[in-house]
Every structure is written in structure tokens, then in C-alpha cells.
Design a protein around this ligand. Structure first.
Ligand code: CO
Length: 471
């Protein structure tokens, strides 16, 4: 039986290895730090977190320079984690776990809701700070060298949102960071927020009132527009305020609504079109661009939202496997609204999609990198490189190992979109270890690997921060 389940067990050890054992040929130009984020502790006292998204955030830094790889890992020391360790039980509400509350506790929590700061999903650079991100608007800053936690970022503005995507997008032309958030209340609102380079003030780019907000993990962005993909997984805001259930369990699958794409113009915040499509669900927008009077929007999709249920830890650790991957679907959204058309671009399954950030972002592009599924009774057991136009795919796999999100790092002065390497942390349960895999992105063949002396649980997202301040 595949032993990918090792990737859903806690890692409590924090280590620093200045130089990992490395084999192969590391590109001499590869200088900087890959910082990855993901959950690494799934229980407190005798209580278990319910869902893969709920575990305590841990950062892993791979420092690449002069042909060597250093490694350090450290828990993000959040209030959510500290309170849980101090109390010996779960204290804050996570994505799919609520603390056991007395009636009194529940009433109190209405006046003092403590959103989690367990920022386990992604990392980003915000102005001059390195931050860990989750779906609450509480980025946690940390030192990129030591991985020491500094604390929740204090934004210099009065913007109020209850959720915030862990997938901000950087406009290639301006360097501005765009983010999507939602506020819940008597009137619910989607908000697009922008942060200009060199400051930490969020400005409202667009806002849209909504009766039944959709659960949207990420959003699409073209040169002129932002696309909110409203999957028919929606919530009655009253249910959230009463907090009878963990956050995500308040959302209901209502396929009759179909999927609604809301196209918002960045320049003035106007909604210029709504397009509709059949019911579907997705976490990750891959890329989007404008072509022939339409927005082309590539998203990893699923027929419905049951993928969220598949990622409960009980299920992931059970004998009933889930591939954990969807398909690359290309939506064409007419700028004058109406029905969207869509096609599945490739038979190859994928998740955790990445592109050549900056160069491919918001433009017609060719290459998507992701984790894939080779054996359908297995978890993510290969890396894939898919041609977004033709669907042609290349794969990398090594029997009994489980790769994580492939992060593309461009070669300096490269000419082709795939001129560079991808970095992926691969779990090797048979050897109780993980390794950093360096693939040549163009030839899709291994260049080097550096072995970490412990098994790293499956993570979500990471970013490469170049040495000269280049991402
Ligand atoms: Co994500």
C-alpha cells in the first residue's frame, strides 16, 4: 500500500543544517532562498485538528548559494499555536475545526471572535517584510534567515475584511500587489485590495455587495481586470455569525446556481460583466489574460466541492485514497457577459499549479507546472509540466516518493518561458526523509537533489526569494 500517509503526520523537530548532502549539478546562478509553508502539527493534547488545512504552520527554508543547500525549519509561533500549547487544547477556530466551547464560551466568542493567525498556506514579501499567509487577514511576519516569528502585520489603513486570500497577485507592470477579501455581516461584500510597492497601506480597488458569499481560495487577474470565480459553494452569513459549525462547514453546495464569473475593472472598480457556467469548484487560478474580446481564465477545477471533504485528515489517512488533483480547465469569458465556454486542456491531473511569475502572469503563456497523480489510488505521486494551449504533458516521478508544489525559478537572462529550474520538496517515506529536487524546467529532467534528514509533511505553497531581491 502506498505510504503517502506519512505526509499527514506531525513533525515536531526544528533543525538547522548549514549544508545538506547534495548530489548532481546545482546551477551556479541559483542563489536565494526557497521558503515553504505548510501544516506540521495536527494534534494538541488529546485533541485532533480535523482537516489538512488546520495544522500548525511550519516554515522550511532552503538556502541555495555557491552550489550548496542549507536547510532550516521552524514553527510559526502564532497566537493560535501558543494558546493551544499553553492550554493543552485547541483554542482558536480553524478552517474546519472549532474549539469545544461551552454555551458561555460560544456567547463570549460572538463579542470576542478570535480569528486564527495560523498562517499555514503561503508566504509573500510585503513591502520589506516576509509574511506567512492564510485565509484570515492576519499575515504573520518572520525573519527569512532565522525563520523567527515577529508577529501579525499592522496595516497602516482602516480596511476591514474578515477573510483574505492566501494567493495575492503581483501586477507585472506596476509591482502592485492585489488581494481579494470578503467581509461578512448584515451586508456581505467582496473587496479587491491593492498595495503599492514600498508601502503597507491597502487601498480598495473594487467592492461588490453579495447576499450569499462563495468560498473562493484565489482569484484571476488580467492586465485590466480582476475575476472572481463564484463557485456554487456559498454561505448564509447568519450561519457564520452564529458559529454553530467550523467555518467551511457553514458553506452549502448549491449546483443550481452554476458558476458565476464576476469581471471587475481595476481602473474604476466597475463590474463590467458577469459570465455563467456549469457548477464546478476550484482552489487555484493558474493564470488569466485578455484575447479576442474575452478573458481567458485557466483554473484547476473539480466537478464539485467534495475535494474539500476529501482533504479531512481522517479521510487522507484512511484506506480510501483521494488523488487530491483536478484538471486544467480553460474558461472563455466574453467581455460583454453571458455564457462562458470551457474546455479541459489536458487529461493529465494536477494541483498546486505554478507558472513563470511575472513573465507569464496576465499574458498568453505556455507552461503550467504542478503536482500530479500517476496512480489513481495514490496521492500526488508525480510532477507535471503541461502546455496550457495544447495540453501536451511531461511528467517526473520516482516510485514511492511524493513531490510537493513545483516553484519555477528563472535562469538569469533566459530567453524562453521555461528557461530555468523548478524546485520541489519530495517526500520519501521509505527512507524517512524528504529531499529538495531541482529539475531543469526546459528538459524536465533532474539536475540535483539535496537530502533533508527528516520527513517533511505535505505542504501547500512556497516562494523563491532571489538573492538580489529578485523573486
Ligand atoms: Co492555495
Amino acid at each position: 500500500m502506498p505510504n503517502y500517509r506519512r505526509g499527514f503526520e506531525s513533525l515536531r523537530r526544528e533543525i538547522h543544517e548549514p549544508e545538506l548532502p547534495t548530489e548532481g549539478d546545482l546551477p551556479p546562478w541559483l542563489a536565494g532562498t526557497l521558503i515553504r509553508n505548510g501544516p506540521a502539527q495536527f494534534e494538541v493534547g488529546d485533541q485532533d485538528y480535523n482537516h489538512w488545512f488546520d495544522g500548525h504552520a511550519m516554515l522550511h527554508a532552503f538556502r541555495l548559494e555557491n552550489g550548496t543547500v542549507g536547510y532550516r525549519n521552524r514553527f510559526l509561533e502564532t497566537k493560535s499555536r501558543q494558546e493551544a500549547l499553553d492550554e493543552g487544547e485547541i483554542v482558536r477556530s480553524e478552517f474546519a475545526t472549532d474549539p469545544c466551547m461551552s454555551i458561555f464560551g460560544r456567547v463570549m466568542s460572538l463579542f470576542d471572535p478570535k480569528p486564527t493567525d495560523n498562517a499555514s498556506i503561503n508566504v509573500a514579501r510585503l513591502d520589506d517584510q516576509y509574511v506567512a499567509l492564510t485565509a484570515t487577514p492576519l499575515p504573520v511576519s518572520f525573519d527569512p534567515e532565522t525563520l523567527e516569528t515577529a508577529g501579525v502585520v499592522d496595516f497602516a489603513d482602516d480596511v476591514s475584511v474578515d477573510t483574505s486570500t492566501a494567493h495575492p497577485q503581483i501586477e507585472p507592470e506596476t509591482g502592485r500587489t492585489l488581494s481579494y477579501g470578503a467581509s461578512f455581516g448584515r451586508q456581505c461584500t467582496y473587496k479587491i485590495l491593492g498595495v503599492a510597492p514600498g508601502n503597507a497601506t491597502r487601498r480598495e480597488v473594487a467592492s461588490l455587495d453579495v447576499d450569499r458569499p462563495s468560498y473562493m481560495h484565489s482569484f484571476g487577474m488580467t492586465e485590466r481586470y480582476v475575476i472572481l470565480s463564484e463557485w456554487p459553494l456559498v454561505v448564509n452569513p447568519l450561519d457564520l455569525l452564529l458559529r454553530g459549525k467550523p467555518f467551511i462547514e457553514n458553506f452549502e453546495w448549491t449546483p443550481g446556481r452554476g458558476t458565476r464569473f464576476r469581471i471587475l475593472r481595476k481602473s474604476d472598480g466597475e463590474e463590467i460583466a458577469t459570465c455563467t457556467a456549469d457548477a464546478a469548484f476550484g482552489f487555484h487560478h493558474v493564470n488569466a489574460f485578455e484575447r479576442d474580446g474575452a478573458v481567458v481564465c485557466d483554473i484547476v477545477t473539480y466537478p464539485d466541492a467534495s475535494i474539500i471533504d476529501d482533504l479531512y485528515l481522517d479521510r487522507l489517512r484512511s484506506d480510501e485514497p483521494t488523488p487530491g488533483t483536478g484538471h486544467l480547465r480553460r474558461y472563455r469569458l466574453p467581455l460583454n457577459g453571458g455564457a462562458a465556454s470551457s474546455t479541459v486542456q489536458s487529461d493529465e491531473r494536477l494541483e498546486l499549479p505554478r507558472i513563470h511569475d511575472g513573465v507569464a502572469t496576465a499574458r498568453p503563456y505556455q507552461h503550467v507546472y504542478g503536482v500530479g497523480t500517476r496512480e489513481t489510488d495514490n496521492f500526488t505521486d508525480q510532477l507535471v509540466k503541461i502546455d496550457a494551449e495544447t495540453g501536451a504533458a511531461q511528467t517526473w516521478h520516482e516510485s514511492g516518493t511524493y513531490p510537493g508544489e513545483p516553484v519555477f525559478v528563472p535562469a538569469p537572462h533566459g530567453s524562453d518561458e521555461d528557461d530555468g529550474v523548478v524546485l520541489s520538496v519530495v517526500l520519501d517515506p521509505g527512507n524517512e526523509q524528504s529531499f529538495l529536487l531541482v529539475l531543469d524546467a526546459a528538459s524536465w529532467s533532474e539536475r540535483a537533489r539535496a537530502t533533508v534528514p527528516h520527513a517533511i509533511p505535505f505542504g501547500f505553497h512556497g516562494q523563491f526569494f532571489g538573492k538580489a531581491g529578485r523573486d
